[in-house]
Design a protein around this ligand. Structure first.
Ligand code: TYM
Length: 341
């Protein structure tokens, strides 16, 4: 194939997003962000800060505004390259909320009721089980389908939402003919589910009340070391992947995701050594992985003008691209073409 043809050949499209939760954890980083960064070379990637999703739980306005900007800066610091990958803030691109409404009308109450994240969150926020929390997966489906994404890199906890997006897209295509690309999940082989350091049967989540359960990407090195040293393991004192060793398995997963070493290599490295050594080495590897990110973050967050320039550029691109899909979907449903003002 000539170089010209190769250049013109379209790469598969990737879309993914993250909520501006205030604390982006090592789970988010290993399960999603680290992959986003490496996928940028081989795919046409589009990324977003999913701020509309975040108001499904109550947010304090000033803090929320700060968290959105911090999430944007942190993702740049992780290595999102806006020269390669359009990167925007979801609420800046109105097509997302519009398509979400349309998709709501093609999504069944029963299927949303089965979402485990809805069940968990409505238990956790029993005083605010709002309609947005319930319809959250339709908005996520809109995010993905608007860009005709081929692949969606996410951690294992988002698999069910992705499945719903596929089902809704197939249903819509079934009624109106081919409108949306059916997206596949890209769930990493290692690190798709980083567990709590205090209870390794539970997902690492910053909403855990025990701060020792999670590591934040921006945690100080001494805090990271302390949290790993306190990580719950077992009484066997052998670094080996296996059943009933959820704590050790999790630490091995983290170490493997950060260093690229296989489980066999890790087991050999720690043969005859205790958990103390193991935990400290994992902590060191994590500290070194996150150190440059923290440094870059400080630079980005201090430069509000640069951030604004980047998210404006991202939103312009996203609006243009997503409007094509939205217009197509609305036309198929039977809406009258929007007038130009
Ligand atoms: P969010 O913001 O909860 O998480 C962002 C990403 O981090 C992954 N993740 C984890 N991976 C491994 N181990 C963990 N402990 C862990 N915790 C979180 C998540 O799987 C996710 O990939 N609804 C989404 C955001 C979203 C989205 C989208 C994603 C909105 N629209 C469209 C993909 C496509 C969410 O709340 O992720």
């Amino acid at each position: 194939m000539s170089e010209e043809v190769l250049k013109q050949e379209k790469k598969p499209i990737i879309f993914s997003a993250i909520q501006p939760s205030g604390t982006i954890t090592l789970g988010n980083y290993i399960g999603a962000l680290k992959n986003w960064v490496t996928l940028q070379d081989d795919y046409d990637c589009i990324f977003a800060v999913a701020d509309l999703h975040a108001i499904t739980v109550r947010q304090e306005p000033a803090t929320f505004r700060r968290h959105i900007l911090e999430a944007y800066a942190l993702l740049l610091a992780c290595g999102i390259d806006t020269e390669k990958s359009p990167f925007f803030i979801q609420s800046h691109v109105h097509t997302h909320a519009e398509l979400a409404w349309v998709l709501n009308c093609y999504t069944q109450f029963g299927e949303l009721s089965r979402m485990t994240q809805f069940k968990d969150k409505s238990q956790k926020h029993a005083d605010n089980v709002n309609v947005g929390l319930f319809a959250y997966p339709s908005l996520m489906a809109a995010d993905i389908l608007l860009y005709q994404a081929d692949l969606v890199p996410v951690g294992a906890d988002q698999k069910q939402h992705l499945e719903l997006a596929r089902n809704v897209a197939e249903r819509f295509n079934g009624i109106y003919g081919n409108t949306f690309k059916i997206p596949d999940g890209y769930i990493p082989p290692v690190g798709a589910r980083i567990m709590s350091l205090q209870d390794p049967t539970k997902k690492m989540s910053k909403s855990d009340e025990n701060v020792n359960a999670w590591v934040a990407v921006l945690d100080k090195p001494e805090d990271i070391m302390r949290k790993f040293k306190r990580a719950v393991t077992d009484s066997e004192a052998v670094v080996k992947y296996g059943e009933n060793k959820a704590g050790v398995n999790n630490l091995m997963g983290i170490y493997s995701a950060v260093t690229g070493k296989t489980n066999d290599e890790i087991e050999k490295e720690f043969e005859g050594k205790g958990y103390g050594d193991f935990k400290a080495t994992v902590a060191e590897a994590v500290i070194e992985e996150l150190r440059p990110i923290r440094e870059r973050y400080e630079k980005f967050i201090a430069d509000k003008a640069y951030l604004e320039e980047q998210y404006t550029k991202g939103a312009e691109f996203a609006l243009r691209m997503s409007s094509r899909t939205l217009d197509k979907a609305m036309k198929k449903v039977g809406f009258i073409k929007k007038p130009r003002f």
